[in-house]
Ligand binder design. Structure first.
Ligand code: FMN
Length: 206
């Protein structure tokens, strides 16, 4: 039987742990949100790859407690109509300008993914975990899009919590909108990035 050279394996593993992170990790650290997005949005095979990457997010008991609505092109008009319906229901005196402003928000990017937590009953997996998993998918989709040369921004706000918008989108009252992920191409990649210091957030315990 061949003898295992543990020493060699240990040295190799240590070397792997010590070597600099690959470029993909450095690229992740450069990710930033792009609130202004235009055509093109990811489509075809690249979009499928981005979605596959996102859907590989961690998920306790593999419940897949999520679903995503993809809205693009002229269909965004229907989303805009729902935003207006919400505003009109909230503000009796919503002026035509305010309504138009609400409608425009559905056109802030060529592709919008609505991330929905579609909770499943499970004794070991509370709703919060399922919401977090759904957020993990949205985050990974945004990150994968960035790796593929597209921009994204995650938004919530009143339209994520509105019963009117939810009903219009066919989202059950027992489900939650975790976020709208706007996807497209930024007019400029030059955007300020808030630096993060690891030591501000991570301490060695105890
Ligand atoms: C759950 C969630 C909800 C958010 N909702 C909004 C929002 O409604 N409007 C907004 O401008 N940014 C929102 N953001 C923040 C942006 O997505 C973005 O992270 C922020 O502008 C910081 O930019 P950066 O990602 O480049 O650091 C949200 C982020 C998360 C995680």
């Amino acid at each position: 039987m061949m003898k295992v050279n543990w020493e060699k394996i240990a040295t190799k593993t240590m070397q792997q742990h010590l070597k600099p992170a690959p470029d993909s990790v450095a690229q992740m650290a450069q990710r930033r949100s792009y609130p202004r997005l235009q055509e093109p949005a990811p489509s075809g095979e690249v979009l499928t790859s981005i979605l596959q990457a996102g859907l590989r997010s961690p998920d306790h008991m593999h419940l897949r407690p999520w679903r995503f609505l993809s809205i693009s092109g002229d269909d965004r008009k229907h989303l805009g109509d729902l935003f207006v319906n919400h505003i009109v229901a909230e503000q009796d005196d919503a002026s035509p300008e305010i309504q138009a402003q609400a409608h425009t928000k559905a056109f802030r990017a060529p592709l919008i993914l609505v991330g929905v937590a579609a909770y499943k009953e499970h004794p070991k997996v509370p709703k919060i975990e399922q919401a977090v998993s759904t957020g993990g998918v949205l985050n990974n989709i945004g990150l994968a899009a960035y790796h593929c040369g597209f921009g994204a921004v995650w938004r919530t706000g009143p339209y994520a919590y509105s019963d009117i918008v939810k009903a219009g989108l066919g989202i059950d009252e027992h489900e939650d909108i975790i976020g709208y992920l706007y996807l497209g191409t930024p007019p400029s990649w030059d955007r300020k990035m808030t630096p993060v210091e690891v030591d501000d957030f991570v301490v060695t315990w105890p």
